[in-house]
Ligand binder design. Structure first.
Ligand code: NI
Length: 459
């Protein structure tokens, strides 16, 4: 189906991710410092831990590591979300997963736009956590209709970006020149704006309802609010951040440190206060904080069974802590987490045998050299050394974790309790299509790898 003159969506995504990173580095100087620290740490880990190096070599992740990052944005209307979905589709990114953030007091629901096939992820694993504001959760009706009217007036895409999205859809792709223009034009949507679209007083009102509402409604577009590189050892980066002028949060979110990392661990540093000009002010006199720095470490994707175990152990540790993890109880929290997670097998073989994580199967040298195999059982082929396995890296997000970061970066006053919860149907209606179940994608990749092994061994 792909036209010889069209640039592959994976390459457009790779270029866009690079352009976004360059823009963010210019806008947020600390991001550059963080990137350097992450690169140093990753080099150090690869040199000192041959097992990690070998594992990343087998899966090919070694080649994508330096390119790897995720961003996050928030939009205000169904139309904005649906158009974003079309924009991301030009880059081969599809909405994966549904995340409801209202239980954490954040009036949004979200999905992650990303590539879905392992080969495409290999070219560029760039992902964007994308949230839609739930205006219906603004109780003040006057404020709600004001917010709606502000959002209805703005257009977050450049006219050329819209034309190119349309063209990609009708032509089935973009030519080299069009792809180049697309990257430049699409980037404009995510740029930071120092001027608001509302008065100082209107901003205050929106912000008093929830700071995140002001962040979405009061500006020209959905500025990228963080861009997160992937590190191979988050504890080292966390420990070295202060020496680089960066103050991280007290607690790393997600699972505790393990020999065999699972899911996602992340930490962040606080939002920057940025000067803002409101429409009734001649100069920049106000300020707004939306952007923060974040780093992540990725581990094995868990099966539903693994997720259930993860949830149970995390909840048990939280229950025993009897509080949100914070600076004062960080040490106790880490101890409790380590204790409870002692129950989660910490070898890949243990996780595989208990079907707690997803894996990719590879044919070994011995497997390639083998002439006649006496067995066709997966377990026998593995123990016979004809096959080897590597864990499948988790490509998605932790909903609770993301919420925790939003909260801390928006200040403690931002916590609100909403009576209404999850509404995936409304989200998908706004999006214009269903979201993809991430667990299904991992299961597919695992199944494909097993099929490829059998095809190679019996060829
Ligand atoms: Ni993030």
């Amino acid at each position: 189906m792909s036209h010889p003159n069209f640039v592959s969506p994976d390459l457009i995504r790779q270029r866009f991710s690079k352009a976004m990173s360059d823009m963010y580095r210019e806008e947020v100087p600390l991001y550059g410092a963080l990137m350097e620290l992450v690169e140093q740490t990753n080099r150090h880990v690869l040199e000192s831990d041959p097992q990690v190096a070998q594992q990343l070599n087998s899966t090919g992740e070694i080649q994508r590591l330096d390119l790897e990052r995720h961003g996050a944005i928030r939009v205000g209307t169904a139309h904005e979300l649906a158009t974003l979905a079309r924009l991301f589709a030009v880059m081969g990114m599809q909405p994966v997963g549904y995340y409801d953030l209202t239980p954490a007091g954040v009036p949004v629901h979200s999905t992650a736009f990303r590539a879905v096939h392992e080969a495409a992820l290999q070219v560029s694993p760039f992902r964007v956590f994308t949230s839609l504001l739930r205006l219906e959760l603004i109780e003040d009706l006057e404020l709600r209709s004001f917010a709606q009217s502000v959002l209805d007036k703005r257009s977050i895409f450049t006219p050329t970006a819209l034309i190119l999205i349309e063209r990609a859809q009708t032509q089935g792709g973009l030519t080299e020149q069009e792809a180049e223009d697309f990257v430049v034009q699409a980037l404009e949507t995510f740029r930071w704006h120092h001027s608001a679209t509302v008065t100082a007083e209107q901003y205050q009102k929106l912000s008093a309802q929830h700071r995140l509402i002001a962040d979405v409604v009061a500006f020209k577009g959905p500025h990228i609010n963080h861009l997160t590189p992937r590190t191979l050892d988050i504890d080292i980066v966390q420990a070295q951040m202060p020496a680089h002028g960066i103050t991280p949060k007290a607690v790393i979110e997600g699972p505790p440190r393990r020999q065999c990392p699972i899911l996602l661990r992340q930490t962040s540093f606080k939002a920057l206060d940025e000067p803002i000009a409101f429409t009734d002010q001649a100069q920049t006199r106000g300020s707004h904080s939306a952007r923060f720095g974040e780093i992540e470490q990725r581990g094995a994707a868990l099966t539903p069974k693994g997720r259930a175990l993860y949830d149970r152990l995390l909840n048990a540790a939280r229950d025993e802590l009897k509080d949100f993890p914070n600076e004062a109880n960080a040490e106790r929290y880490n101890t409790l987490m380590a204790q409870h997670f002692g129950e989660f097998p910490d070898t890949y073989e243990g996780m595989r045998r208990q079907e707690l994580a997803y894996f990719r199967y590879f044919v070994t040298e011995k497997g390639r050299a083998a002439e006649e195999l006496k067995t066709s059982s997966l377990e026998d082929l593995l123990s016979g050394g004809y096959l080897q396995v590597e864990p499948l890296v988790y490509e998605d997000f932790l909903p609770v974790s993301a919420a925790g970061i939003f909260q801390s970066n928006l200040g403690d006053a931002a916590q609100t309790h909403y009576g209404v919860h999850s509404n995936q149907q409304a989200f998908e209606k706004a999006l214009g299509r269903p979201t993809i179940d991430e667990l299904g994608l991992y299961a597919e990749t695992q199944r494909r790898s097993i099929e490829q092994c059998f095809a190679a061994l019996t060829a």
